[in-house]
Design a protein around this ligand. Structure first.
Ligand SMILES: CC(C)(COP(=O)(O)OP(=O)(O)OC[C@H]1O[C@@H](n2cnc3c(N)ncnc32)[C@H](O)[C@@H]1OP(=O)(O)O)[C@@H](O)C(=O)NCCC(=O)NCCS
Length: 271
């Protein structure tokens, strides 16, 4: 498995009407890409541009959020998702269509005969994340670290025993980090399989050091099918990525901040 994690790519020279050379490469068959976008980086005057990357239905949904912070992170996540699909595949950000699966997972509608591109997004207070792959089931989860989560209580109710014991044995900030470490991995997995929280979280367990998954019912799924990564997209955030991939040794994962300059240029161009 190869990993790259890098700073904001230079936006100069990006093609706005076709896939960016770098973007096209990011979605080849043995690669997975995950980006994060911090709301702190977005200036007040740029929100209108990001808003213009949404389709009408998304804009209407964004307007129904009660709190501004929820609306803004929704806009950032969906604008980034549309913009990054265009970054990798070309075409207008407004052209992407999604179908919704049984448990609510949005899947990109792809033309017959073309590769099936997969996408998953996550948002938490102040940060959005977007993961893309070709064919492979993929799930991403980001969580804000300052949350006042009742870690012991949630671990007791929802985690596998080994995970619960680890959380209960820790104290202070370490307890929250352990809890969120397990939580992000678990959410990334249930999002990758598309079941969301309809999948009981105690039916599988993680080793936080190796990122290996194990299943209570060994027939349910195979650990060898899965690859997991954990990231710190900023001091206040934890993020995990789940990828179903048959050959981890050939998998390349790119993790980087989203190219905000590109997204804003894209919004400024004729859509
Ligand atoms: C999916 C779920 C785990 C998301 O958890 P979360 O931490 O609150 O949210 P995140 O920010 O990480 O992810 C939200 C995004 O995941 C995607 N998503 C929604 N359901 C999903 C699923 N079942 N699997 C994968 N991804 C899903 C969506 O893009 C969503 O963002 P959007 O609402 O802005 O489009 C959780 O909300 C869940 O299980 N919901 C289940 C809902 C359900 O079962 N509905 C059944 C009737 S349709």
């Amino acid at each position: 498995m190869h990993k790259t994690q890098m700073g904001n790519p230079d936006t100069e020279g990006f093609l706005l009407d076709g896939p960016v050379a770098d973007g096209q490469q990011l979605l080849s068959s043995n690669r997975v890409a995950v980006w994060w976008l911090s709301l702190d980086e977005i200036q007040d005057m740029d929100w209108g541009k990001l808003d213009s990357l949404l389709i009408e239905e998304e804009r209407e949904r964004s307007e129904r959020f009660h709190f501004d912070r929820d609306r803004l992170v929704y806009v950032a996540a969906h604008a980034a998702c549309r913009g990054l699909l265009s970054y990798c595949l070309g075409g207008s950000p407004l052209s992407w269509r999604f179908s919704v699966e049984d448990h609510g997972k949005p899947e990109l509608v792809c033309s017959p005969g073309q590769p099936r591109y997969r996408v998953n997004i996550s948002h938490t207070r102040g940060l959005a994340a977007v993961a893309l792959s070709q064919e492979h089931d993929i799930g991403v989860d980001v969580e804000w670290r300052q949350r006042n989560a009742p870690a012991d209580q949630l671990a007791r109710r929802m985690f596998a025993e080994s995970e619960r014991l680890r959380v209960e044995a820790a104290a202070g900030a370490e307890k929250l980090d352990l809890f969120l470490g397990f939580w992000t991995l678990k959410e990334a997995y249930v999002k990758a399989i598309g079941k969301g929280l309809s999948q009981p979280l105690d039916a599988f367990a993680f080793d936080l050091e190796t990122h290996e998954i194990s299943f209570r019912d060994s027939l349910a799924d195979r650990p060898a099918n899965w690859h997991f990564e954990r990231y710190r997209p900023g001091p206040d955030y934890l993020m995990a990525l789940a990828v179903r991939h048959p050959d981890k040794s050939s998998l390349i994962v790119d993790a980087r901040p989203a190219p905000l300059g590109y997204l804003l240029d894209l919004a400024g161009s004729e859509l």
